[in-house]
Ligand binder design. Structure first.
Ligand code: ZN
Length: 261
């Protein structure tokens, strides 16, 4: 490696640790998950989502330079609530976003039984005991993130919310979908939560707070190569193609991983 490049990389790493000390913590995400080595878990109450079956009254999508974030409003301002399962308390839905690769052989953050897919979607929830997601995200039991994998397939549904990405090609732009009913979350992720993995981890982007109850479903959703290419047409803050926005695997450091089948 060229010395100049090495120096540049080292100073970047030093800056990263100084600005975001949590990113080198011992409970970081994502991790490799294995059905074989996870502890089998038993739910006393099933992990459930409310409201997500309703058609939203407003859907907005934003390119923040790192990912595409969809946020929703529902009739009477009802929130989506996640409860039950491993969750201690009620968690309110904030938004969902995606991680994807330049090619379909990569893109997910978590790896399940050695499998990497083209994309991973994260539904982000915050503990309702806190007033806002900003407050919650620094607390140990502050966040819950539901993750699902997507693999490329020509049998994929034609998601009506994907073309909206054409309106947010540049970083720091947002767009309100003309027809919010095209994004029904239950239709997208399906009614079943099990089987899923649970472990305690972190945000996968700085500031990497170790505040996340991770719920990673084993079920793999489908998305077509054409639709993946719409995601890949987004630009980051420097005007470069926004792809490979996933974090590398982090050490497990003995954390318990539970599998609810
Ligand atoms: Zn994410």
């Amino acid at each position: 490696m060229e010395v100049r490049l090495l120096v540049a990389l080292l100073s970047l790493a030093v800056a990263y640790c100084r600005d975001f000390p949590e990113c080198v913590g011992r409970m970081q995400s994502p991790i490799a998950l294995s059905t074989q080595s996870a502890f089998p878990g038993m739910e006393f109450l099933p992990l459930e989502l409310s409201t997500y079956e309703m058609d939203p009254t407003q859907v907005m999508v934003r390119n923040d330079g790192y990912t595409a974030i969809y946020s929703f409003q529902f009739p009477d301002n009802q929130p989506i609530i996640a409860r039950g399962g491993v969750l201690m308390g009620e968690f309110q839905f904030d938004s969902l976003h995606f991680h994807w690769g330049a090619n379909s052989d990569r893109g997910t953050e978590h790896v399940i039984d050695g499998g990497r897919y083209a994309m991973e979607v994260h539904l982000v929830f915050f503990n309702r005991r806190y007033e806002s997601i900003e407050q919650a995200q620094t607390q140990r039991n502050g966040l819950a993130v539901l993750g699902l994998m997507l693999t490329n397939s020509s049998d994929a549904p034609n998601y009506g919310w994907v073309p909206a990405l054409n309106e947010i090609q540049q970083a720091e732009t947002s767009y309100t979908l003309p027809d919010p009913t095209v994004f029904n979350i239950r239709q997208f992720i399906g009614p079943d939560r099990r089987p899923y993995f649970n472990y305690h981890g972190s945000l996968t982007t700085p500031p990497c707070y170790e505040s996340v109850n991770w719920l990673v479903q084993k079920k793999v959703l489908l998305i077509s190569e054409e639709q993946l290419n719409v995601f890949r047409s987004l630009r980051d803050a420097d005007g470069n193609q926004l792809v490979d926005n996933f974090r590398s695997l982090q050490p497990i450091n003995g954390r318990p991983i539970v599998y609810y089948r």
